[in-house]
Write a protein that binds this ligand. Structure first.
Ligand code: ASP
Length: 316
């Protein structure tokens, strides 16, 4: 993401959304809620926000469908839930949590996950709920450019209209964007949690699963080391086991969190020519983010502190 690719209106809309999500998470913790509750609350807001590639606003498969992935993990007991390729759940992060709390499994995919979502009473939506004009136009442009067939406009989508000005079409080849949302949270007792939710990669093959729902790749949390959520080209994050790798450097090499995060993103991910970034925190309150892209939308808030928001790589 580059300054030149983002209008000032777009940038302030993103900053406002990040502030809203961070404050919602903080409010949960202030009221004595768990880090897991804070993660879920903040992610639900971002899933409903069409600016981000998660829930409403998700990118499309090459066949013009939204297939959503999410994971959540509780660092206090290593319990986790994950979901991939769901199509009708308004809040995939809540489905991940339901899998963790109400099923004997850690991960469900596709039709079985959609069915479990209905069974546990989560809100179901028509797939057109996830549709946004800007993501659709971006898919059409991408497929045309790559000479791939363009699927018909999804049933139930609103008639073609102007692209909402704040939403941003990722089409210039050097400004690929990832819009996955992720949250890490810590309570006063030293418990951490992490969660990630995404539509995956624009134009992905149907059935493709990214790193976000893969524990240890795009999402991980342990009170013994750290909590991590990732965004970027998921295939690289899966191959490197990025989230767990960062935590292992903290746990077994005793690295400060920022150093561990930078080692994985700027050395190991760079070496594979992968791109993306992470947010992370430790049970003793170290906060880190690290990314090898021109920008990453990010926010952090400590108890009694000021909300910090960043977009580009020349900001702290
Ligand atoms: N990491 C996500 C994936 O590969 C994409 C993203 O970060 O936007 O599915």
């Amino acid at each position: 993401m580059k300054r030149s690719a983002m209008s000032p209106e777009s940038e302030s809309a993103y900053r406002a959304s990040l502030a809203q999500a961070a404050e919602a998470g903080a409010k949960v913790l202030d009221r004595g809620g768990s880090p897991l509750d804070a993660v879920e609350a903040a992610i639900r807001i971002l899933e409903d926000d069409p600016l981000f590639n998660a829930g409403r606003g998700a990118v499309f498969t090459s066949e013009g469908k939204n297939e959503l992935d999410a994971a959540i993990m509780d660092g206090s007991n290593l319990k986790a839930g994950a979901v991939a390729g769901v199509t009708r759940t308004r809040h995939p992060i809540s489905l991940a949590r339901a899998i963790m709390e109400k099923s004997p499994h850690v991960m469900l995919i596709g039709a079985g996950a959609d069915a479990f979502s209905v069974q546990v009473g989560l809100e179901q939506v028509d797939s057109s709920f996830f549709f946004t004009e800007s993501r659709w136009q971006s898919l059409v442009n991408q497929l045309k450019k790559e000479g791939r067939p363009v699927p018909p406009r999804p049933a139930g989508a609103p008639p073609p209209g102007p692209v909402v000005p704040v939403a941003w079409i990722e089409e210039s080849p050097d400004t690929r964007t990832y819009g996955t949302v992720g949250v890490v949270a810590l309570d006063r007792l030293g418990n951490v949690a992490a969660g990630t939710s995404t539509g995956g990669l624009q134009g992905k093959m149907p059935g493709r699963v990214g790193d976000s729902p893969i524990l240890g790749a795009g999402t991980y949390a342990s009170n013994q080391s750290c909590a991590v959520s990732a965004t970027g080209a998921g295939e690289y994050f899966i191959r490197l086991g990025v989230a767990r790798e960062v935590c292992n450097l903290v746990a077994f090499k005793g690295m400060p969190l920022q150093q561990a995060a930078d080692q994985v993103i700027h050395k190991e991910l760079d070496a594979l020519r992968g791109e993306g970034g992470i947010i992370a925190l430790t049970p003793d309150g170290q906060l880190a983010w690290s990314f090898n892209t021109p920008g990453m939308l990010r926010a952090r808030l400590r108890e009694g502190g000021k909300l910090e928001i960043g977009v580009y790589n020349d900001e702290p």
